[in-house]
Ligand binder design. Structure first.
Ligand SMILES: [Zn+2]
Length: 279
């Protein structure tokens, strides 16, 4: 084996199993995540405020799928909906999950002016006006709308704690426990009017380019200890000999390829010349 293929083999061995299948082949020109360059985002005054309606009683279970943990909701009726913002249709919540790093220095999938956050929340909704199932919507244009929220380390998040308390019961891959009465709205920042939006993809296989991304400008705060419980989860099932910590479960950034990131708010330009300064 020459040096190059040896490196390739090593990379494959370090790669999480999810990235080794045929569906993990990179797709087209609208892949996610991306770096949001604030200066290049374009204000769109047509963008409306987001409208979320969530019913905590429709929460069903938490599942360690071997890559993250998914909090899943009953999506057979319009109990949890997202509309407004950049969306024309009504989208239904099916699950939310997080991506995080092994330290507090990185972990988010999206970045803002190259700034990394320790974790990122994704609330996954599918277009219930046009499609009848998540599985159908995921393959289609305009099928999904995902809200992304950055997590920063600071004070303890009271709403998140109920979830954190349940995580030790799903440490291993493939474990599922019943989880009821959780309001996903408690994980949204206080201000949801300010966001960036762009057309992109799922950040896990099948990587389909079916996602309208809505990335919140305002982050939420969680404590270091709460994130430490995320990191105590495992990528591996109980039977596996070598156990692997569930950390760094984010996809590498993808090129923008001519796409425009729109913002619902006037960007505050850090380090930009103040009014009256040269242009
Ligand atoms: Zn995600």
């Amino acid at each position: 084996m020459d040096r190059l293929s040896a490196q390739g083999a090593e990379r494959l061995m370090n790669l999480h199993p999810m990235w080794q299948g045929p569906l993990a082949v990179p797709g087209g020109d609208r892949q996610s995540p991306i770096d949001i360059v604030v200066r290049k985002s374009v204000l769109d005054t047509e963008l409306k405020p987001l409208k979320t309606t969530y019913d905590p009683k429709t929460c069903q279970q938490i599942w360690n799928n071997g890559y993250s943990f998914l909090v899943e909701y009953d999506d057979t009726t319009d109990k949890n909906t997202l509309k407004g913002g950049p969306l024309q249709d009504t989208f239904r919540l099916c699950q939310f999950h997080f991506h995080w790093g092994e330290t507090n220095d990185w972990g988010s999938e999206h970045t803002v002016d190259r700034r990394l956050f320790p974790a990122e929340l994704h609330l996954v909704h599918w277009n219930a006006d046009r499609y009848s199932l998540f599985e159908e919507a995921v393959m289609e244009d305009n099928g999904l709308a995902v809200i992304g929220v950055f997590l920063k380390v600071g004070k303890r998040h009271e709403g998140l704690q109920k979830l954190v308390d349940a995580l030790p019961t799903i440490r291993h891959k493939d474990s599922v426990v019943e989880f009821t009465c959780f309001d996903p709205g408690c994980l949204l920042p206080a201000n949801t009017d300010d966001y960036w939006t762009y057309h992109g993809s799922l950040t896990t296989p099948p990587l389909t380019e079916s996602v309208t991304w809505i990335v919140m400008k305002q982050h939420i705060e969680v404590s270091h200890d709460q994130l430490a419980v995320f990191r105590s989860l495992l990528f591996t099932s109980a039977e596996e000999e070598v156990q692997k910590s569930m950390v760094n479960n984010f996809r590498v950034q993808q090129p923008l390829r001519g796409r425009t990131v729109r913002s619902s708010f006037t960007p505050f330009l850090q380090g930009a010349p103040s009014a009256g300064g040269s242009k």
